[in-house]
Design a protein. Structure first.
Length: 433
């Protein structure tokens, strides 16, 4: 009865108070949203990244297999219902409720865009990223990357193509296959120790690690619910020593695992906001997820701390010499400046300006990706398209947001506090600006 009354009042743009508690005006909307995301997942195997809500809803979606046209119509109706639903009249957390409403509106808009794509609509790279991720990556010219490449040329002198010299330079920093698990687990422990100093996590949180092959990505977090994750590490290509900490932070602490744990704890269990039991991959939520996961590396480790930890702990575990570690990090810092080259390759490829071979060649030349890695990245473009912006643009937007919020306090605790608040909120990418 309470739910039916709440739905009726929500339709009128009113809030209902029952037994001294204000009912959730978005409860019915939340349920319908979850059903629609699960319905899209029947047409797109990559769409539902995580779901830990009522299993009966997933079973129903699988049995019904709602047609795309009907999904589109229902999503349009639901988006309109979100717009006309009034926020609670008086709460201590009015800003969070406002963010929730905007989140539902924008997530539904992205769902409709994805459905349109599944129906055959082709969007340019920038229009697609705006429609799905609420953001557009800046453009960079060949000349901008060429200037960085010229610095690398001087830093890695010798004969032959620069990409080959770069591969040779990195050969001494590959984690041996029989040492990978030990190195990765040590990195995870360090990331978790630093995270739990500042963020309180449920005692039962945990995850399992698997090593896999045949993927277009380097690592993946599959959130299972109940504060558990499955983290997979792709071993198709060599894994360099600095990638262990990248993956441990990004996929684990304080990255995807912590992000999903905090959403489950603070929004689903504490508030009953069940729209967060499902995570549609091609949505604005992904820019927040990937951006915080990448920026989380910097939150957990300053550059000096990271170099010291890897040199003193991970290099020995991997049985690698650290005598030239300083040189290695200087080169890797230069390569990091080429991050947006991957976006440019994806933009040109998706927009039809270059073919597959041209995209691979461009990645080799301007992103410093050896051919095998460039070919793997091309598979990522084919599978995930403009999703690539979420890693670098997402990190930059999150960094700027946190730095603005902590302008008067540069202490680690202030940064961690703002970071945890962002992880626990429905804030959109456009809300980071």
């Amino acid at each position: 009865m309470k739910l039916l009354l709440s739905m009726a009042f929500a339709a009128l743009g009113l809030s209902l108070v029952v037994d001294g508690e204000q009912a959730d005006p978005f409860r019915d909307i939340s349920d319908r949203y979850v059903r629609l995301v699960l319905a899209v997942g029947q047409h797109d195997a990559d769409y539902v990244d995580a779901y830990y809500g009522d299993p009966a809803l997933k079973t129903q979606a699988e049995a019904e297999k709602m047609p795309l046209a009907e999904i589109a119509n229902r999503a349009a109706t639901l988006e309109g219902d979100v717009t006309t639903t009034a926020l609670p009249a008086s709460t201590d957390d009015a800003e969070l409720w406002r963010q929730r409403k905007q989140y539902l509106q924008r997530q539904l808009s992205a769902l409709r865009a994805r459905v349109s794509m599944l129906q055959g609509t082709r969007l340019t790279f920038d229009r697609e990223s705006q429609a799905l991720y609420d953001a557009v990556a800046p453009r960079h010219t060949d000349a901008e990357f060429a200037a960085i490449i010229a610095t690398l040329e001087a830093r890695l002198p010798g004969d032959g193509p620069l990409i080959k010299r770069y591969e040779t330079f990195k050969e001494g920093y590959v984690i041996p296959a029989d040492r990978l698990d030990a190195v990765f687990k040590a990195a995870i422990r360090a990331c978790r120790d630093r995270t739990t100093q500042y963020i309180e996590l449920p005692p039962s949180e945990n995850f399992t690690v698997e090593y896999v092959t045949g993927k277009s990505w380097g690592g993946y977090n599959w959130y299972q619910g109940n504060y558990r994750s499955l983290i997979q590490v792709n071993t198709d290509l060599p894994i360099y020593v600095e990638r262990a900490l990248d993956l441990a932070c990004h996929e684990g602490y304080p990255g995807h695992h912590v992000y999903n744990v905090l959403l489950e704890k603070n929004l689903v269990r504490d508030r009953g906001w069940n729209e967060f039991t499902v995570y549609p991959l091609f949505s604005p939520q992904s820019l927040i997820a990937e951006g915080t996961a990448n920026y989380g590396i910097e939150v957990a480790f300053s550059k000096a701390d990271r170099m010291a930890f890897e040199r003193d702990a991970l290099f020995p575990l991997a049985k690698l010499s650290s005598t030239k570690a300083k040189d290695y990090y200087e080169v890797m810092d230069l390569v990091e400046q080429l991050s947006y080259a991957g976006n440019e390759a994806a933009r040109r490829y998706i927009d039809g300006q270059v073919d597959a071979a041209g995209a691979v060649a461009w990645l080799e030349k301007y992103a410093m990706m050896p051919r095998a890695r460039a070919e793997q990245r091309l598979k990522f473009f084919d599978q995930y398209r403009s999703y690539v912006i979420n890693y670098n643009l997402g990190k930059d937007l999150v960094r700027s947001f946190i730095e603005r919020r902590t302008k008067g306090d540069r202490s680690p605790r202030a940064k961690w506090e703002e970071f945890a608040n962002l992880l626990s909120s429905p804030r959109l990418p456009s809300g980071l600006k």
